[in-house]
Design a binder for this molecule. Structure first.
Ligand code: ATP
Length: 349
């Protein structure tokens, strides 16, 4: 069966320069892929080209097996691509009521309002049907945005950082509802984001835009367990990014952290001869202990069910946050480091 979306060798130009040099991706029916990248990496530019709002400089885009743009003669207009779009800033028509915003994209005139109302109900905003978008909260507006995106029964849902302008709680709720919708209805979706929570909670697979190239897709857990680059480690939400002196010792790597020497099993190959390493770790790989790497606790705060101590370590410019069960004492503490859980990348300046 043809893929819901296939992009092949796509390059995108903005303002006269290539912002995406090479992007190839296949998205299966019923799959949600998160396209992750830091701000300015070209995510929106690539999404616009898939949506038909801009043309690629080269490459081919297929939706449901049909070529919609080949950077040459073939160009299918955005409204004929069978896409539902959800935008970061909601992009609702301000002069239309909530009901009209959804109803207007339903092609079949018969029962249009009834269908629009059912969709609004699906997203919990049917009671807002007669109101103008400006009178709704951000979360309610995005619920209308989701209802509108589904109103034309799209072949592919495309979401451009859909939750980034919402508060944390609303973001959590909508993320869960969207994931349930995708799983239960078999929708295919492409979502761009730089939020690790979107990657973890929405994605079946994730592709990373780094250095103007789209990396091969991986699963969110593989990206977290084995990030390919420091950039991917940051996007996956791993802690750290600290630079430390390092050297190979046989097959292990020896790193200097806060005045202590640590051996990282099998780390020499990952160091590739570099004299410095960039370290990342999953939350929980560092903990306070009776003995370990000497550190100074400069304060603590409570965060989502646990305490977070801020530690200063010799030689590190940035404080290191460490999760703990109770508020830690200020001053000298010791840090236990699960060296085998550290991710190590060569740092060459
Ligand atoms: N209309 C434009 N004209 C010129 N350059 C542009 C235009 N739009 C975007 N760019 C540039 O293209 C690059 C990619 O921008 P894009 O908006 O695609 O990134 P992004 O990954 O979506 O960023 P964000 O997460 O901040 O939205 C940036 O360097 C940006 O400055």
């Amino acid at each position: 069966m043809s893929a819901a979306l296939a992009i092949d060798g796509v390059a995108v130009q903005r303002g006269g320069r290539l912002v995406v040099e090479e992007a190839s991706l296949g998205l299966a029916h019923g799959e949600c892929v998160v396209l992750a990248g830091e701000s300015g990496s070209g995510k929106t530019s690539l999404l616009r080209v898939i949506g038909g709002l801009d043309r690629p400089a080269r490459g081919t885009i297929r939706i449901g097996g049909a070529v919609v743009d080949d950077a040459a003669a073939t160009f299918i207009r955005p409204e004929s691509r069978g896409l539902g779009m959800v935008f970061q800033d909601f992009a609702l028509w301000p002069h239309l009521s909530v009901l009209e915003n959804v109803a207007v994209v339903i092609r079949d005139r018969a029962g249009r309002d009834r269908k629009a109302l059912a969709l609004l109900d699906r997203f919990g905003v049917a009671s807002c049907a007669g109101r103008l978008p400006a009178t709704l909260s951000g979360g309610q507006q995005q619920r209308v945005g989701l209802a509108r995106a589904l109103a034309a029964a799209p072949r592919l849902l495309m979401l451009d950082e859909p939750f980034s302008s919402l508060d944390v709680e609303t973001r959590e709720t909508l993320r869960t509802e969207l994931r349930a919708l995708i799983v239960e209805s078999g929708l295919s979706a492409l979502c761009i984001s730089h939020d690790p929570a979107d990657i973890a909670r929405l994605a079946d697979r994730v592709a990373v835009l780094e250095d103007r190239r789209l990396t091969a897709c991986t699963t969110p857990d593989a990206m977290f367990a084995r990030p390919a680059t420091p950039y991917a480690a940051r996007l996956a939400g791993l802690c750290g990014g600290v630079r430390v002196p390092a050297r190979g010792e046989g097959s292990d790597a020896a790193i200097a952290l806060g005045g202590a020497q640590l051996a990282i099993p099998g780390g020499a190959a990952r160091l590739a001869g570099a004299a410095q390493a960039l370290l990342f770790w999953p939350r929980g790989a560092l903990s306070l202990a009776a003995e370990g790497v000497p550190a100074t606790c400069i304060g603590a705060h409570f965060e989502a069910g646990h305490w977070q101590a801020l530690l200063r370590l010799d030689g590190l410019a940035a404080p290191v946050p460490v999760q703990c069960a109770a508020p830690p004492p200020r001053g000298a503490v010791a840090l236990r480091v699960a060296a085998d859980r550290l991710h190590l990348f060569p740092f060459s300046g």
